[in-house]
Design a protein around this ligand. Structure first.
Ligand code: BDR
Ligand code: CA
Length: 314
């Protein structure tokens, strides 16, 4: 059997981040070295508490959690609206966490973890890229210890869920995103072009109901809430943005990608935070990202439900 991929999950839970964490924990293809949290779907204190609540719920309290950036590198904080003020609305009965928080800042935690790892580590950011951007500014010498970055972010062809030309994670901290894209790292962008094709609708709720474990019922409550907010805003079910990014680490063939140079619009006008992909290399700049352009939604959902069904057995 091939060795599991060592990963650091950098996230802002968030219902869809929560599901990505659970999938990573349950997949034999992944070894979670730690979770770092950032502001995004909610304030940092809330996303950090949520990460620990999720780990306690699934019995994974051995996974260290380190809190990171309270605000984007150069902008005021913008909070997401898709998950409610707590970041995990819909399950008020989940208790506050008691597991300890790692005392290090997320950026220092990432540095120490990369230094200690026997080989390169994959970063999976599913929130604004503030922690990863700050890490690259502070520890450029550790860049080579990163195998690749598989991030949820960006909107190329597709109409956004946020402001038409941009996607929330990139819009929230565009400078950090720009640092990551210009870092020379191997970056895969799993953006709205594909994540808006993996939607939780009634057939998916039926599959969740069929799992029928206490954990699946919690996920059901999360996703009902999430789906309601999505439907109100965009008229479609809940998009499994972050779970798809994570799933691409487990099974890269779930998506097809196109290599392109991607630039971020940092000019703070109408297309602020837009991800501009030069697929035809009109500007003559070297590609800096593998941009997800197609997805096998059916296979993704099979994987997601298999992993969610495994929770009570772990
Ligand atoms: C991204 O923004 C957040 O709302 C989700 O957690 C996801 O990471 C989608 O644009
Ligand atoms: Ca997220």
């Amino acid at each position: 059997m091939t060795r599991p991929v060592p990963v650091i999950l950098d996230c802002d839970p968030g219902h869809d981040d929560a599901i990505a964490i659970v999938m990573a924990h349950c997949s034999p293809a992944i070894e979670i070295l730690g979770i770092t949290t950032t502001c995004g779907n909610a304030t940092l204190d809330r996303t950090t508490a949520n990460a620990r609540r999720i780990l306690e719920l699934i019995g994974a309290t051995h996974v260290p959690v380190a809190a990171g950036m309270e605000k984007p590198l150069a902008r005021d904080l913008v909070l997401g609206t898709a998950d409610g003020p707590s970041g995990l609305d819909g399950t008020p009965y989940l208790p506050d966490p008691t597991m300890p928080l790692d005392p290090r800042h997320a950026v220092d935690f990432i540095a120490d973890t990369l230094r200690a790892a026997p080989g390169p580590v994959t970063l999976v950011p599913t929130g604004p890229l503030s922690n990863i951007g700050m890490f690259l500014l502070k520890y450029p010498e550790l860049r080579d210890r990163i195998a690749r970055v598989v991030l949820m972010g960006g909107a190329m062809y597709r109409r956004s869920e946020y402001i038409t030309a941009t996607e929330f994670n990139i819009f929230c901290d565009p400078e950090a995103a720009s640092i990551v894209l210009n870092s020379g790292l191997d970056v895969t962008m799993v953006g709205l072009d594909v994540t808006m094709q993996v939607l939780i609708e009634e057939p998916e709720f039926a599959r969740l109901a069929a799992i029928d474990t206490p954990f699946a019922r919690v996920v059901h409550d999360w996703l009902r809430h999430y789906e309601k907010l999505h439907r109100g805003q965009m008229g479609v079910g809940g998009a499994m943005h972050d779970p798809l990014a994570l799933a691409c680490v487990i099974e890269p063939s779930l998506i097809t990608t196109r290599d392109a140079h991607v630039a971020i619009d940092l000019t703070a006008t109408h297309a602020f935070g837009a991800t501009v992909a030069d697929y035809w290399n009109e500007r003559g700049l070297p590609p800096n990202a593998h941009v997800a352009s197609g997805v096998d939604a059916a296979r993704f959902f099979d994987l997601m439900f298999d992993l969610l069904a495994a929770v009570d057995a772990t």
